[in-house]
Design a protein around this ligand. Sequence first.
Ligand SMILES: *Cc1c(COP(=O)(O)O)cnc(C)c1O
Length: 356
Amino acid sequence: MKTPLANGDEPAVPLPPPALRLTFDEDALAANWRALDRLSGRATAGAAVKADGYGTGARRAARVLWEAGCRQFFIAHWQEAPDVMASVPAEAVSVLHGPATDEEARYARATGLRPVLNSLTQVDRWLATGGGPCDLMIDTGMNRLGLRPDECGDARLQQLQVGTLMSHLACADEDVAANARQRDAFAGLLHRIPHQRASLANGAGIALGADYHFDLTRPGLALYGGVPRPELSPHIRQVVTPEAMILQARHVAAGDTIGYNATFTAQRNMRVGIVSLGYADGYLRCWSGKGGFVSDGRTLPVLGRVSMDMTAIDLGDSGIGEGDWVAARYDLPEAARTCGLSQYELLTVSGPRLRG
Ligand SMILES: *Cc1c(COP(=O)(O)O)cnc(C)c1O
């Protein structure tokens, strides 16, 4: 009997033909970055590529963005670094979670990644382990990560080599007074800490106007086709679309039910397609009875509950069947309105089989 081989020694197994894929429009991603860079006025646009490039594949996204001209990248976890570093130099990558342990500080130094320091403890840790180029986050009202404004006069900050001095808007996708309060608080602290560039706006913040731009903007969602504020809508193109194959086409008679818990009852005889995409792929059960797939310009509605690996759709008189591919309706603003997930979740929820 053969014993399983240790990791790394596996014989090459031929790749199976895929039955689902997340299509990725590189031109749309590049065009979205260029549009956001232009809309950032005198500031330049960076790119948030955290969470595996918002579920689209960070390595490829970083490569496309670098080729488009982007030079500042943001990830959340240290763990996300190797993927992005495969496409862009470490010095261009800021790690938002910062060095929470000495081990992470050493990792930053060993790789050349830029830690975003978020507390005086992290500042101490960074200086104690040797210092060097870093970024610094100030909290101006979100109470998530960052130094409190009253800590910004601390003498230790003068020893730092801060590239990007930043803060983060809590409500940039809304028209509320908190936005201007955060902007004014940030602007008022800039002179206290030496830095090369200041950065406040995420994607939505870009649309709040020139006085939110400072030197560098940090869009994420909008790069990948999300529209966090309606002003951005004309400038943003859809980037990813889940597509999957029809595994079986079947006739369902009037009165029959479809899927788990029989939530759909056919009112007439119908042709139904079983699509190889389910909630394990990130096509969550919120799409049950609400989603739609597209073939040849026509929409084929989802019938009954989404299963783990499959979703039933009404094939109507489309003529397609087993082995044909359909695309999920996945325009992010519309999809969010339809299924109730946020546009952020619709992107990052994509499962491993779909990401490929
Ligand atoms: C995620 C993130 C961004 C990008 O935000 P979007 O809303 O996706 O544009 C920018 N800055 C920080 C600190 C973030 O955590």
